[in-house]
Ligand binder design. Structure first.
Ligand SMILES: Cc1ncc(COP(=O)(O)O)c(C=O)c1O
Length: 489
């Protein structure tokens, strides 16, 4: 059973962490220097990384000096703790810095294993592939390891084309599959694509849930794969009843491969190892990423059948055509195995389901009392809270102004005070009115209740033209002014 997170009592967490792990393990002074320069983090990011993102963080008040994290909490330089209900879009799904995964990684490092040599296969990579395939339908028994989710998606796009000899790929509106050029060609929101074209030829989209449109595309007989998230991550959109199984059958009938992108829904997020279990799906590919290393190492996987794998690259000549330098690195493989073992040992699937139900019931109760809550959508610990326009005249005017400025701004009415006043991290889900929660699978009921109480307070303060509107209205007004100035110049 997961234990509740204990607060970190320190005003210099990075320095203390370095000390705790033994300063002698920092022979080049890298951690020491990072600790000394912790206050410069955002200035460095502005100078060398992405100043626009730093600006966004500062406008929203997320520009705290966060330095360390443990379990469900992250900590800033002043020792204030924040309950993290987003976990980097679900990547730290065991909670931050899980001690058992860390020790496995440390032991792997200490073993001084051979790595990165293309002529070599480690037992760890074979074991992680074996463990993943054991959790999936029997037909899925061949694995390719990559470093990012986008790379796993890209791999499936390539393998599907090569295995079928067909050119076209179909995905869904409002989908998300990553931002490198291949996956971006599938993504269902134009916002991500602007300026980056031309994208891959042969990619088309259908509405999520629309079987007629899917069949119309498949009937042409030239579609290699239909790539779909079982639950769309951007707004936590659940599939209509029977949709995914029927889509799978349509794909079979038309010789199209059925690809499930479980990069967000996989590994316990929905209370099952994989979301496909909710509907008894038998896809041709399952894509895994994010949580696979327990939030430590970049690792992702494309899992398919041996037959498809061999058709795509299964000759001596083609055995090198699809590779990834860090794909099978030992630290990622060890972290992946440790993560699967923690989920199993600690009963995190059942736990995520139970705490997810608790959260959902609490949100349902809040929905009765707060008009801003339009809809709660969830599966296990994947939760979307859809907001709606308020009814009072003044608040509705503000709502319109905020939407005029930016489509994704309104949820900040709740997200900003949750963070600022209650130390709770949630996220606006994109260009829509949805707040998204992907808390650690280890979240306790007490922590879930901490969030529900805070949300209740914030929603109460947001009634009428209450105090929380000021900040968001200010951001909207500044955005509109800036836009007007830009259009004049
Ligand atoms: C469903 C889905 N697919 C693919 C990706 C891309 O993963 P990565 O950011 O590791 O490339 C994401 C990332 O959010 C995702 O949610």
């Amino acid at each position: 059973m997961p234990s509740e997170s204990t607060p970190l009592e320190t005003s210099d967490p990075l320095g203390s962490a370095a000390v705790a792990s033994g300063v002698s393990a920092d022979p080049l002074g890298v951690l020491r220097d990072a600790s000394a320069r912790a206050g410069e983090a955002l200035a460095l990011a502005s100078r060398y990384l992405d100043p626009s993102l730093v600006d966004v963080l500062s406008i929203l008040g997320f520009d705290e000096d966060y330095v360390t994290a443990r379990g469900s909490y992250i900590y800033d330089a002043n020792g204030r703790r924040y309950l993290d209900l987003h976990t980097g879009e679900g990547f730290a799904s065991l909670g931050h810095n899980h001690p058992d995964v860390r020790e496995t990684i440390e032991a792997t490092l200490a073993a001084g294993l051979l790595d990165g040599v293309q002529i070599h296969y480690s037992a760890l990579s074979g074991m992680l592939a074996e463990a993943l395939t054991a959790l999936l339908p029997d037909a899925l028994d061949a694995v390719f390891f990559a470093s990012t989710g986008a790379e796993a998606v890209d791999s499936a796009m390539k393998f599907a084309r090569a295995a079928t000899g067909r050119p076209r790929l179909i995905s869904c509106d409002s989908s998300f599959h990553g931002v490198t050029l291949g996956p971006l060609s599938l993504v269902g929101d134009e916002f991500f694509k602007e300026g980056f074209g031309p994208l891959l030829p042969g990619c088309a989209r259908v509405p999520f849930g629309d079987l007629d449109r899917l069949e119309a595309e498949l009937r042409a007989g030239d579609v290699a794969a239909f790539i779909v998230e079982p639950i769309q991550g951007r707004m936590v959109t659940l599939p209509p009843e029977g949709y995914l199984k029927a889509a799978e059958q349509l794909c079979r009938r038309h010789g199209t491969l059925f690809v499930l992108d479980e990069i967000q829904t996989g590994l316990g997020r929905t209370g099952r190892w994989f979301a496909l279990e909710h509907w008894g799906l038998e896809p041709d590919f399952v894509l895994v990423g994010k949580a696979l290393s327990g939030g430590y190492m970049p690792v992702a996987a494309m899992v398919t059948s041996r037959e498809i794998f061999q058709k795509a690259v299964g000759t001596l000549e083609r055995s090198y055509v699809h590779q990834s330098t860090y794909g099978r690195n030992q630290l990622s493989m060890a972290a992946g195995l440790a993560t699967l073992r923690v989920i199993e040992r600690d009963g995190l699937l059942e736990h995520a389901q139970r705490v997810g139900d608790y959260l959902r019931a609490g949100l349902g109760e809040l929905q009765q009392r707060h008009e801003l809550l339009a809809e709660i959508r969830s599966s296990g610990l994947m939760v979307g809270i859809e907001l709606r326009a308020p009814s009072s005249r003044v608040a509705k005017m503000n709502w319109r102004l905020i939407h005029l400025a930016s489509e994704g701004l309104f949820p900040q009415l709740i997200v900003i005070p949750l963070h600022r006043d209650h130390g709770i991290v949630t996220m606006a889900a994109g260009k829509n009115d949805v707040i998204k929660l992907l808390p650690p699978l280890t979240l306790s009921e007490t922590e879930a209740q901490e969030f529900l109480d805070a949300l209740d307070a914030v929603l109460t303060e947001s009634r009428g033209a209450g105090k929380n509107w000021g900040v968001v209205r200010e951001i909207a007004t500044t955005t509109l002014r800036r836009r007007a100035r830009a259009s004049l110049s």
